[in-house]
Design a protein around this ligand. Sequence first.
Ligand SMILES: Nc1nc2c(ncn2[C@@H]2O[C@H](COP(=O)(O)OP(=O)(O)OP(=O)(O)O)[C@@H](O)[C@H]2O)c(=O)[nH]1
Ligand SMILES: [Mg+2]
Length: 217
Amino acid sequence: MKVELGKGVDESFRREREAIRNLLREKGVKMVNLVSSPGSGKTSLIEAMASRVPDPSIVAVVEGDIETDLDAKRVREKGIRVVQINTKSTCHIQPGRLFETLGGMDLSGVRVLLVENVGNLVCPAEVDLGEDLRVVLLSVTEGDEKPLKYPFIFKTSHLLVLTKVDLLPFVDFDEERAVGAARALNPKIEVFRVSAKTGEGVGPLTERILSVNQRGD
Ligand SMILES: Nc1nc2c(ncn2[C@@H]2O[C@H](COP(=O)(O)OP(=O)(O)OP(=O)(O)O)[C@@H](O)[C@H]2O)c(=O)[nH]1
Ligand SMILES: [Mg+2]
C-alpha cells in the first residue's frame, strides 16, 4: 500500500486558506505576507511604514514568532492594531491558526493586513496563507548569494525588499548579484531598497503595499 504522507495536510491547508480568503474578501481586506530570515528587519520595516500610512486604522498586523510578544508590543506602540501568534515548535504560521486569529480580530476599516511570518527563509515559503502579495526581505548583512541558496521564497514572492541599505558601505554585499539571482529565478519580481533606520525608500514601498490588488486565482 502506498502511503502519501502530507496529502491530508495539503488538503486541510487548502481548505483553511480558502476560509481565510473568503473571510478577508468579505471584509475587503488584502493580505501581505512578509517573509525573511530572523533579524532582517521585518518589524523595523512595519514600524517605519506605520508613520507613513495616511491613517493607522487602515492597517492591521499579525505577528508570528516562536515565542514572545515583543514584536507585537513594538507595533502596538506605533498605534497599529496587532495580534501576536506564538507558533512554539512550528517554523511558520499555519493557515488554521491564522484563520482562528483573524476570526477574533476587529478588522473594521482595515484595508491591508500585514502578516509578519516567523523568521525563516524555508518553511514559510512552502505554506501559502492565501496572501494577495508575498514579500521577501533580504538584508544587506545576510550575503548576496541568498537567492541562489534559498530559491523557493524568491521564486514565489512578488516583491523583493533589500533592507538595511544604510549599512551597504560597511558590508561586502553586491546588490547586482543579489537582484540578478532573484530576477533569474523570478523575472517579474519587483525590487525595493529600504532603510528603516534612515527612512530611505520606505515611502514608495508603503505606497506599493497599500495599493495591493486582490490575488487573481
Ligand atoms: N542599520 C540598520 N539596522 C536595522 C534596520 N532595520 C532593522 N535593523 C536592526 O536589525 C535588528 C533586527 O530587526 P527586526 O526588525 O527586529 O528584525 P525582524 O526581521 O523583525 O526579526 P525577527 O522577527 O526576529 O525575525 C534590530 O536590531 C534592528 O534595529 C535598518 O534599516 N538599518
Ligand atoms: Mg520581527
